[in-house]
Ligand binder design. Structure first.
Ligand SMILES: [Zn+2]
Length: 185
């Protein structure tokens, strides 16, 4: 019986995974607690603290990024080698890269940003696109969060996701209304 219960314990432990890796129940619970505490602090905003070392994966629009890989002060080409910080806004990042010639810091975005009548402030394309993708695929925030955890991509906060989901919902409504109006003519 002991062996049997040990085996059940082992099987139970195997079910705990964090960011794609098997962890013990204790480690899992600690990570969940820390993650919840961290999210509580950050839930008012989708902007996260600056990190000096970029870890994990990112979704990058290379065209947008390459267009900004030139110093705004002396026009010298910038190099990722001299990246000092990363500031994330949902899935978008603003990289701070120091110019090797004039030594000034330049902001380099990884996604296009634009304004629309539906939003009071500018939104990054990747954040709107991920909300549209989730809606299209029928994914809820928790499922999207799990997907990003396995992909090792820093996930947007729940609040940020909901904001963009609502924005996309309004846009879809407007398009549907426009189509109906056109059909009625
Ligand atoms: Zn420069």
């Amino acid at each position: 019986m002991e062996n049997c219960s040990e085996q059940i314990d082992i099987e139970k432990k195997k079910k705990y995974t964090w960011k794609g890796r098997y962890v013990s129940e204790k480690v899992y619970n600690n990570r969940v607690r820390m993650s919840k505490a961290s999210k509580k602090i950050k839930r008012q905003t989708d902007e996260k603290e600056e990190s000096s070392v970029v870890q994990g994966n990112r979704i990058v629009n290379f065209k947008v990024m390459m267009d900004h890989m030139i110093c705004g002060f002396c026009k010298e080409k910038l190099s990722l080698e001299f990246m000092e910080k990363e500031h994330t806004i949902g899935l978008a990042s603003i990289l701070s890269i120091r110019c090797n010639a004039c030594l000034k810091l330049n902001p380099v975005p990884t996604s296009n940003v634009r304004t629309s009548q539906l939003s009071k402030r500018p939104r990054y394309d990747i954040n709107v696109q991920s909300a549209l993708g989730a809606l299209h695929a029928g994914l809820e925030y928790s499922q999207l969060e799990n997907l990003f955890a396995v992909l090792d991509i820093p996930a947007p906060t729940a609040m940020s996701f909901k904001e963009h989901e609502s924005l996309v919902g309004k846009a879809i409504e407007q398009v549907a209304k426009y189509s109906c109006d056109q059909a009625a003519l």
